[in-house]
Ligand binder design. Structure first.
Ligand SMILES: Nc1ncnc2c1ncn2[C@@H]1O[C@H](COP(=O)(O)OP(=O)(O)OP(=O)(O)O)[C@@H](O)[C@H]1O
Ligand SMILES: [Mg+2]
Length: 410
């Protein structure tokens, strides 16, 4: 609140700081007699130059008709009154000036304080908005993370179950024709055995048979038939093994924890993965850890499958050796699985991002960018860790380490 209007200035206040200061000499020039000034209480404000005691004759110095001091002099009374009146005017103007100055500084201070308050209010509201924005950002980040996890889970589930369905369907379709091929092969082998027995027991004793047999070079034909029979048996055996592996793989939407032999699991993944691979890709298996591992076999198989598939893609534009090594070993009571390729490698600036969901350098539509994300999730869910070493144009090595139960606990 502005209260400068209320200020009452004393004569001493008004005289303070007035320019010149040699008032008595100036006043005496007007009165032609010694002059002094006292306040209402009789205190001398401006002493006379001749005597310390003010003369008895005095005239009031007034502001707004209120005497604030008395001018003493023995000059003519009307001169004294005129000089006192002039001094009143000077002091009244001085009072107005001081009041205006006080008012101005009060207003300025009030304005400044109001400004400061507004500034504080603004700072407070800015801080509130900033906190709100941070909260919002945090919530958006959380929501995005939740959506990403949900998308990944959905994608993983879908991919797992579609791979599973496909594998199960293929296994089933192959099984039926395989059954009769195997049965026919057995019959063919039995028939061949009968012909061979006939050849051994009858043909040598009958010259006509022997001549006809030799003329048609049937020994060689028989030998070829036996060789082809062996090859076909081997082919059937391999197809049966693939079907068995496919069946194992088709169990992928099963997230049960089971005790499995790691080498068998890796073999199974390989046999499924390499179907349809170009002939110039060499897959070398160095499976040196035939240990039993408690795991989610379907998930682990998918993870290794994703790594083999990445290596295959990395080799597609490579000239020269196209090799993938799948290795398992035991190191410090831990199971290490390595997938190493001589592919194009990963650029340094990409290396930190390859586990990010949906990060892919493959052409649009070719890769989704979830292979490594899911692989890492699976490894983490098994209490393990995954690391990638890669050099451009040299190749990539993905290292997975999985904990095994302590020796005593196995
Ligand atoms: N062995 C590898 N050699 C070179 N680059 C690789 C290799 N493995 C992964 N990458 C890089 O990491 C990226 C991410 O791999 P990730 O498996 O997550 O996704 P993707 O293969 O692109 O797609 P998808 O989801 O179909 O697997 C790849 O696009 C590729 O750039
Ligand atoms: Mg991939």
């Amino acid at each position: 609140m502005i209260d400068s209007f209320e200020t009452e200035f004393s004569a001493a206040d008004l005289l303070k700081g007035l320019a010149g200061g040699n008032w008595v000499a100036q006043l005496e020039k007007l009165t032609q007699a010694p002059v002094s000034l006292t306040d209402s209480a009789g205190n001398v404000l401006l002493p006379s130059r001749d005597s310390a005691v003010p003369p008895a004759t005095r005239a009031p110095v007034q502001i707004d008709f209120e005497p604030i001091a008395w001018l003493h002099s023995n000059c003519a009374p009307d001169t004294l009154a005129a000089v006192a009146g002039m001094l009143s005017l000077v002091l009244q103007n001085r009072a107005r000036y001081l009041m205006a100055a006080a008012l101005h500084s009060e207003v300025s201070i009030a304005d400044f304080q109001a400004l400061q308050q507004r500034n504080l209010d603004l700072e407070e509201s800015e801080a509130r908005y900033r906190a709100l924005a941070e909260q919002l950002e945090q919530r958006v980040r959380e929501q995005v993370a939740t959506i990403e996890v949900a998308q990944r889970n959905l994608y993983e589930t879908e991919r797992l179950s579609s791979v599973g369905r496909l594998a199960a369907g293929v296994a089933h379709e192959i099984n039926n024709p395989m059954a009769f091929i195997c049965s026919n092969l057995q019959s063919t082998r039995r028939s061949l055995g009968k012909i061979q027995a006939f050849r051994d027991s009858v043909v040598p004793g009958d010259s006509a048979w022997l001549a006809a047999w030799q003329e048609r070079n049937l020994d060689k034909v028989m030998a070829n038939l036996f060789a082809m029979q062996d090859e076909s048996d081997e082919g059937c055996r391999r197809i049966t093994a693939i079907v068995r592996n496919l069946k194992g793989f088709s169990n992928v939407d099963n997230d049960e924890w089971l005790e499995v032999n790691v080498s068998d699991l890796l073999e199974q993944v390989c046999s499924v993965a390499i179907c349809g691979w170009p002939g110039d890709i060499v897959l070398e298996r160095r499976l040196r850890a035939p240990v039993s591992l408690r795991c989610r076999p379907a998930h682990l198989s998918q993870a290794i499958h994703a790594l083999l598939s990445n290596s295959l893609h990395a080799l597609s534009d490579v000239h020269g050796v196209k090799k993938i090594i799948l290795e398992s070993s035991l190191e410090h009571e831990q199971l290490c699985i390595r997938v190493q390729d001589s592919g194009m490698g990963i650029r340094t600036e990409h290396l930190a991002r390859v586990f990010d969901p949906f990060f892919t350098t493959r052409p649009v539509g070719a890769g989704i960018g979830l292979g490594l994300t899911i692989c890492r999730d699976v490894v983490l869910a098994h209490g393990g860790c995954i690391r990638i070493d890669s050099s451009v144009d040299e190749g990539t090595c993905v290292n997975i380490t999985l904990p095994l139960p302590a020796a005593g606990a196995r």
